[in-house]
Design a protein around this ligand. Sequence first.
Ligand code: PLP
Length: 371
Amino acid sequence: MTNQQEQAKTVALEALPLRDNLRGQFPYGAPQLEVTHLLNTNENTHPVPQVVADAIGKAVHTAATSLNRYPDREFTELRQRLAAYLGHELTENNVWAANGSNEVLQQVLQAFGGPGRKVLSFPPTYSMYPLLASGTNTEYISGVRADDFTLTPDEAARQVKDTAPDIVFLCSPNNPTGTALGLDVVEAVYQAGEQFNTIVVVDEAYEEFSLSGTKSALTLLQGRERLIVSRTMSKAFALAGARLGYLATSPQVTDALRLVRLPYHLSAITQAAANAALEHVDVLLATVDEIKAQRDRIVHELEEMGLKPAVSDSNFVFFGWFEDAHAVWQGLLDRGVLIRDVGIPHHLRVTAGTAEETTAFLVALREVISA
Ligand SMILES: *Cc1c(COP(=O)(O)O)cnc(C)c1O
């Protein structure tokens, strides 16, 4: 679209009786361009293994014959399978799911946020949090991190006490920086939020890629009924197109989410596909080690180029320092490699894909830097 077209669109939108907090906002929109190497949205770039694709195809085919009926509103089999995958003595009563973890997070805001309520998060972090907040009319409070993007337990707890949030979103490993939070931060935030009855969400979309030794917040669920750990099948499971996100929490919290979910929100097709995929967890996660190796290779080679990559527990690497990061982003795009300019000055983010994609990125980056 040209600037003029954009402007005309904005004017047309402004004429509508749009809610005030949506005026002037832009929809989520990572570029979806036709480029050889798509390394900008942290998908698993490995195709779905044939055995899994076949199993999904078969299950969806079977489900198709009963599409005249509404699906299992409680998606019980899926909750059982997800609980079994998560372990930690969780049962289906601890598990909830929706069409992507974005919908899960939206439901959390619908149940516990809303007008007059506040959600605290710590930018730079997942760009959807403020959008989900404004979509539900929840005030979004930007907490602060240190200059190196770290967050200590004391600092996080102090900011919770100062802002009295109804909900806190902690992204760990954090998107876009890639680094996981220590569990001491989660514990401190939960404790600081006790006096406000705060719901604490730990978004672990990238947990499967964590460095060995990094612990999941699932280990903290016992005895913390307002703690929520959200996960997704979009990243490590290589099923972004299936749209399945889920969370683990107390049975009370899942009951609260039942109050805001739309009836039958998980289609029979989605349930069939996810159930079939979960019968092949080992095959699906087989690429994780390879992706982690490429991630570590990117970190190593960026350091060799004199750049500063952040510690990554995820399938992407956040790195700087560039005088003009956007020019570097454009230079890479000109060479067929699309990565992400997350809008943080002097920094960029790249997804770790296959060995070939990593090579293409590194070769292109060396060219752009020396140009
Ligand atoms: C990719 C991502 C998600 C996943 O969203 P889905 O709706 O499950 O595809 C959630 N949180 C973060 C931080 C992400 O980067």
